[in-house]
Structure formats: structure tokens, C-alpha cells
Write a protein that binds this ligand. Sequence first.
Ligand code: FES
Length: 121
Amino acid sequence: MKNDKVAIRFQPQRTEIAIERGSTILDAALLGKVTLSHKCGGHGSCGTCKVIVDSKTTLEPPNLLEHRHLAEAQLGMGYRLACQCQLTGPATVQVPEDPLRRVVRELLAAMRETDKANMTD
Ligand code: FES
């Protein structure tokens, strides 16, 4: 890997890519084809690109836009806006599950459980 590139790992996708230092986490997600909501196109206005950055990852402190979209408690837990965080070194990033996808997954799981229960009756 060249010195001007940094490695970033996305979880749970287990996607690891190298990208130019100074790129944003959103740039890396798009390059690695990691699904990450970014409704405003990376302008810091929608707040949909939230990710959780591993505590061992060093980043610049949150900027004004991140403070606008993230509560202090979220910042304390490692939440950041992917479109605002520039990569200065290796990073590990957790991509939260899309809320709609989670609802669908939970409904399907509940339906499977109901089907199992009905088959044993
Ligand atoms: S993509 Fe909209 S705030 Fe990051």
C-alpha cells in the first residue's frame, strides 16, 4: 500500500479498501460499494450517513455539521457523519442497519416463528 493511502474496514460487510488519505468515510463507502445512506449527497445536511467509528480510529474532532446532527451522547459512542469525516489513518467503521431494513428483517423473523409454531400444532 502506498503511503498516501489509508485502509478502512467496514463492518458488518467485512469490506476493506485503501483510499487516498483525506478522503471521507463516505468516499470510501462509495468506492467499496458499501451501502450507506447519503440522501443529501454528502453536503452534511441530511444526517443519514451516520456511522460508528471504532474507538481506536483517530479522526479530526467532529465539525459543526456533525454537532448539528449528532447528540453529544452519540458523539461519545463514536457516531460520526461519514460525509464529514476525513480519513487520516487506518479506520474501522460500523455501518448501522437501515431502520426500514431492520423492521422488514424482524417481521420476516416473526413470520417464520409463527409458521414454525403453526406446523407443530
Ligand atoms: S450524506 Fe447527508 S449528512 Fe452526510
